[in-house]
Design a protein. Sequence first.
Length: 51
Amino acid sequence: MASTHQAALETKHATLDRRLAEESARPHPDSTLVADLKKQKLKLKEEIGRD
């Protein structure tokens, strides 16, 4: 079960990474959204590291 959980976390992390790249590529990225996405990615990365 841990590997399924780990895979789900990694999928969420990749999705956030893609959303962050898309937002950053916009002519006028929303800095609040970018900061929020980065925080979410960091939390997921920490959780992935704990497993």
